[in-house]
Design a protein around this ligand. Sequence first.
Ligand code: ATP
Length: 256
Amino acid sequence: MTSGLVPKMTARKLNLFYGEKQALFDVDLDIHANSVTALIGPSGCGKSTFLRCLNRMNDTIPNVRIQGEVKLETADIYDRSVDVVQLRARVGMVFQKPNPFPKTIYDNVAYGPRIHGLADSREELDQIVERSLKRAGLYEEVKSRLQESGTGLSGGQQQRLCIARAIAVDPEVILMDEPCSALDPIATARIEELIDELRENYTIAIVTHSMQQAARVSQRTAFFHLGQLVEFGDTEQVFTNPREVRTQDYITGRFG
Ligand SMILES: Nc1ncnc2c1ncn2[C@@H]1O[C@H](COP(=O)(O)OP(=O)(O)OP(=O)(O)O)[C@@H](O)[C@H]1O
């Protein structure tokens, strides 16, 4: 088992501009392998922007300019030679609002493996779908209705379906942008348990508004403010003994 201290992804001197407006300032951050890194901070501090840099989702936004470096292991993901579709298969993403395709449960999960040619036969595809749904903790609930629409599931089930869809292409890193914000407390607890299980096999970075959630699910926490990374450390240390006054003020509710 890989140690939690191996950096899977590294950002160095990362600056991002939306047109004239700078949203990230010289961010240096390591995302450690087989562990959960939480990105926290007040609204507009740049945590989602940073997360989206990790699989080049910001490339789809006009007028975005990025300086600095982001590496997946030793490879610079902004290198011209990088195939962004392949990158996003290695660094998958789960969004705030569950967004299953208007397709069957089976086809939602099979979609990625099909376009990436990961299965040679129907049997192999069936196995990938089953394994991914099991890993996402959804299989037992849906195994008798794989041919029904994914959009007919509950919100929490839809989010686990989106996690199964991300897992199906065998990613190394899973990025989650407030994955529980549209869910009720029970569905949220289920996703949090799942995140804890998934870190055995994947590297996870999660943006969350909830400090309680960051404390519950992550091993490392990064606190952002006004586009700067203010503090980054072991979650327990950041929440119990922050080094920076701004972190202290945020976690004690003095601003945010
Ligand atoms: N597409 C965009 N075009 C222009 N500015 C943007 C865009 N997306 C984000 N911004 C700006 O960049 C800054 C950082 O936004 P970002 O969404 O990363 O913050 P956040 O910390 O994730 O906030 P929230 O918690 O509210 O989602 C904000 O000032 C925001 O207004």
